[in-house]
Design a binder for this molecule. Structure first.
Ligand code: C5P
Length: 406
């Protein structure tokens, strides 16, 4: 099946996408496409400033709909703001500037977009994007708080490099996350409601002594994205995570562990009740046989820093895969430097998985990045995916897992 066809279609709902004057306006194109893929009809309304970043023609071509900018653009519809507002099942504003947030929070309506927002009674979803200082400014926080209290859904901006060169919060949230919020407001994509999902994520660390350890470069981003996506789709999620720098996902039961053996113990507890188990953790395959109680010191009598005796760690996926019960869906990963599909096929069989997500690692790929290029390998299918965000990949994996329920 093509990756393009995997989203559950929403019953021809209309989402009005408001685009404001921000460098992230180009990301609205991706948002429009993702909404369309979920079966949603999209109409776009832009501020004048937004047109400095992306032209209305782009959105007209993407949506096959007229794109509104000025209050009096459409001579055939003198109350365009009201008809647009009535058509919208959800009004999404992404990216939303500090200025537009302030205007909407205070009921100002001096252009088509803000007038439509005032006239719209459907759910309002706002995805802010701006410079970190503007975002953290008490005025903006206060205005966002006001909108939140009035029932608007805020898809908060993320951390990272900003267009202005600053680093911090203010980056438009991932398009997939924004779209998920919109779909939730539309009442779609709750296909994991009532299901339990277990996810292992991140690296494990295996102590050599109190200050040193064996580990790997896993960031945990994929596993966390899967846990978040499963929760968004209605699942009761347990995330068993090795040490990462990531924020604990909201609405997800998270168990923090360090070693492979701790991870196995925590996973074993959640596994029997899990409908879907996704083993995305990069578990260290070996550990020092003994962790020294004191820091190993150069030249200390009886200490040979050149040798650490290693023993093999338990394979969590293989152990739990072998105990799979009927109806359980098990997803594993294969991070390979070569022969990804062949190795994924092998793991499918040896680890009793239903689906293996194969990807190439090394040379700066997969580990720590925000996107990945994978193959999804099941007993009767191999799908090759283009480079995509880990957020999007999470949904693709869950789309496949859900299919095993029939
Ligand atoms: O055999 P390999 O480590 O390449 O297999 C990778 C898959 O097995 C991943 O899904 C990973 O989470 C899982 N795994 C595990 N426990 C290990 C090693 C790998 O669960 N000790």
């Amino acid at each position: 099946m093509a990756a393009e066809e995997s989203c559950a279609p929403a019953a021809q709902k209309t989402v009005l996408v408001g685009v404001t004057g921000c460098i992230a306006a180009y990301k609205s194109c991706e948002i429009v496409r993702l909404l369309q893929k979920a079966g949603v009809r999209v109409k776009v309304v832009m501020t004048e400033h937004a047109t400095e970043f992306v032209g209305p023609t782009t959105f007209r071509a993407l949506t096959h709909e007229t794109v509104a900018v000025g209050l009096f653009d459409d001579p055939s519809d003198p109350i365009h703001h009201v008809s647009l507002a009535q058509e919208a099942d959800v009004f999404l504003i992404a990216p939303c500037t500090a200025n537009v947030i302030a205007k909407i929070a205070n009921g100002l309506a001096d252009d088509l977009l803000t007038t439509t927002a005032l006239a719209c009674t459907s759910p309002l979803v706002i995805a802010p994007a701006m410079n970190v200082n503007m975002y953290e400014n008490p005025a903006t926080r206060y205005n966002i708080g006001k909108l939140h209290i009035r029932g608007a859904r805020i898809v908060e901006a993320g951390d990272g490099y900003l267009a202005c060169g600053d680093v911090g919060r203010g980056r438009l949230a991932e398009p997939a996350d924004i779209v998920a919020a919109v779909l939730e407001e539309l009442g779609v994509s709750r296909d994991l409601a009532g299901r339990r999902v277990l996810v292992t994520a991140g690296p494990t660390v295996e102590p050599i002594d109190p200050v040193r350890y064996i580990s790997n470069h896993s960031s945990g981003k994929t596993g966390y994205a899967i846990a978040r996506a499963a929760a968004r789709r209605g699942a009761d999620v347990t995330l068993v995570s090795g040490p990462t720098a990531l924020a604990t996902p909201e609405g997800v039961r998270t168990v923090h562990v360090k070693t492979a053996r701790d991870m196995l113990a925590a996973a074993e507890e959640a596994y029997p009740a899990a409908d879907v188990a996704v083993f995305s953790a990069a578990v260290a395959d070996m550990r020092p046989k003994e962790a020294a109680a004191r820091k190993l010191k150069k030249g200390a009598p009886g200490t040979d820093l050149g040798t650490i005796e290693l023993v093999e760690n338990p394979d969590i996926l293989a152990t739990l895969g072998a105990a799979k019960r009927v109806g359980q869906v098990v997803v594993g990963f294969a991070a390979e430097t070569e022969n990804v599909v062949a190795n994924a096929r092998k793991k499918l069989a040896t680890k009793h998985a239903d689906l293996i997500v194969g990807n190439v690692v090394g040379e700066g790929r997969a580990f720590g990045t925000d996107d990945n290029e994978v193959w999804l390998v099941s007993a009767d299918d191999v799908e090759e995916f283009p480079l995509m965000s880990k957020e999007r990949l999470a949904d693709e994996i869950l789309d496949r897992a859900v299919q095993f329920f029939g």
